[in-house]
Design a protein around this ligand. Structure first.
Ligand code: KIV
Ligand code: ZN
Length: 535
């Protein structure tokens, strides 16, 4: 089966985690992190990766170019970039994607009366003129053109048909219909998409045009609306991992993929998604963005396959199909298999990591091996889940302006929680600071603050254990924001000691903040108890 062909039996997955997903408050990712996610999306089997918005900044352009060159191989996914319907955006977008074996330019214009009146000030006739000129320009550069009439969910139905017909006439090959503000309901959306396919000149069944749906989750209906669009004939779905995106987010890839697979007799459609890669992709995105996945999230939440009630457990013991409509393994939840222990060597670790899909160079292997040894000393059995957490921690680590060398914490019911941290800088300095706090984590963060001296607000702190048992690895995700709350940054840490994980996660977020805004705003000196500074 050829990928991206307009096959009526296949639903194409267009992943926009790196573009619409990155627009979630605080989900900013570095270029290296985006590349790592793009590689994982390719392993997951998505058909099209929207790698970014190249005209937004030189960094965005560079990230899209890198993904186009390294992930957009002939047997890899199509690489798309987003562009407003303006000449500069379209030309920069083409520069971003042109090195991919299968490049796509995705251009859009708001078409609802609300967007036309308040955003662009265009009349219907002027909007049609812009679409004519810009889709024609895009098509002169690239063969694969996607056009989106933004806020289609609130666009006049006849005008929407006129817009789509014109975009097709000017060379658009995919017509993506966005419910930009998450306003529509499934039955309405079914009607909208069926009518568009039936009545748009040049867009009917057999025309070769791919109809696509792009839904937002403001009313919690994104997945339902997307599936209604598919039932109506859409053969591309625009989705993000974990449903991250503007405001309440976009449609979740994992929910749509599993609905199509689990209810295959109802939909009668295939996908190219390798569902066993879902959990791994979800964790990678969560850890890079610092956006924790809620426990009851469908498919990828920690409780998605947990059974608490006695009657449910009883049923599960008799036959799993009593309370499970899909198996945890089918989406990549691994059983906590016992794999390695303290006597396992570097080679065994390498082999197991390769089996789990991690290909490390010598230096990376050495680094992970050292951490594995420390873990195996403290924990009898190191499971696949432990290894995945260690690897995510290694891969999710941003450029380290400050690195944790050592730390010590005193806490309990007597006295004040006190932490001492020893950090090294990229220039090779070593700095030791200590601080007291309301608890051990607070004391640690204050000690780190007195070294890093970067004003920020802690807006989220989550801790959970990787496996069961008292000796489980503890994973921590944190999110911090600039004092004005305008930008936020996430961090992830995994260690057998949750206080150490906390400091690692906090430092990862601070390092991302430094990469994002620099070390400009320093705190006044002496706001934490300074015990010693060694340089
Ligand atoms: O939600 C939206 O309308 C978008 C478009 C740019 C496709 O993200
Ligand atoms: Zn969107």
């Amino acid at each position: 089966m050829t990928k991206n062909a307009a096959d009526p039996n296949v639903v194409l997955f267009f992943d926009t985690t790196l573009r619409d997903g990155e627009q979630s408050p605080g989900a900013t990712m570095s270029s290296a992190e985006k590349l790592e996610i793009a590689r994982q999306l390719a392993r997951l089997g998505v058909d099209i990766i929207e790698a970014g918005f190249p005209a937004a900044s030189p960094d965005d352009l560079a990230a899209v170019q890198r993904i186009a060159r390294e992930v957009g191989t002939p047997d890899g996914p199509t690489i798309a970039g987003l562009a407003r319907a303006v000449e500069r955006d379209i030309r920069i977008c083409w520069e971003g994607v042109r090195d991919a074996a299968k490049p796509r330019v995705h251009t859009f214009l708001g078409t609802s009366d609300i967007h036309l009146k308040y955003q662009t000030g265009l009349t219907h006739a002027q909007a049609l003129e812009v679409i004519r000129n810009m889709v024609t320009l895009a098509r002169s550069l690239c063969e694969d053109i996607e056009f989106s009439p933004m806020d289609a969910g609130r666009t006049d139905p006849q005008f929407l048909i006129d817009v789509c017909a014109l975009a097709i006439e000017c060379g658009a090959t995919t017509l993506n219909i966005p419910d930009t503000v998450g306003y529509v309901t499934p039955t309405e959306w079914y009607e909208t998409i069926s009518t568009l396919i039936a009545e748009t000149p040049g867009g009917g069944v057999g025309s070769g045009v791919v109809w696509s749906v792009h839904c937002h989750n403001d009313l919690g209906l994104a997945t339902a609306n997307t599936l209604a669009g598919v039932k109506a004939g859409a053969r591309q779905v625009e989705v993000t991992i974990n449903g991250i995106g503007e405001r309440a987010g976009n449609t979740s890839l994992e929910e749509v993929a599993m609905a199509l697979q689990t209810r295959a007799p109802f939909y009668g459609l295939q996908t190219h998604i390798n569902t066993r890669e879902i959990v791994k992709t979800s964790r990678l995105v969560s850890n890079y963005t610092g956006m924790h996945v809620q426990a009851n999230k469908a498919v990828v939440g920690a409780n998605a396959f947990a059974h608490e009630a006695g009657i449910h457990q009883d049923g599960m013991l008799k036959n799993a199909s009593t309370y499970e409509i899909m198996t945890p393994e089918s989406v990549g939840w691994t059983q906590s298999r016992l794999v390695l222990g303290k006597h396992s060597g570097r080679h065994a670790l390498k082999v197991r990591l390769e089996e789990l899909g991690y290909d490390l160079d010598k230096e990376q292997l050495q680094q992970v091996f050292e951490r594995f040894k420390v873990l195996a000393d403290a924990k009898k059995n190191v499971t696949d889940a432990d290894l995945e957490a260690l690897m995510t921690d290694e891969l999710a680590r941003p450029q380290e302006y400050f690195k944790l060398e050592d730390m010590q914490v005193v806490a309990g019911t007597m006295g004040m929680p006190t932490a001492t941290v020893k950090l090294s800088t990229a220039e090779g300095e070593t700095i030791i600071q200590a601080a007291v706090g309301v608890g051990p984590v607070d004391a640690c963060f204050k000690a780190v603050d007195s070294v890093v001296r970067l004003d920020n607000t802690l807006i989220e702190y989550n801790v959970h254990s990787v496996t069961e048992g008292i000796d489980a690895l503890g994973e921590v995700t944190v999110r911090i924001s600039t004092p004005d709350g305008k930008r936020s940054f996430g961090g992830y840490g995994a260690d057998k000691d949750v206080i150490v994980s906390s400091v690692m996660a906090y430092l990862a977020a601070l390092n991302r903040m430094i990469a994002g805004i620099g070390l400009g705003e320093k705190k006044p000196e002496g706001d934490a108890a300074t015990v010693a500074i060694q340089r």
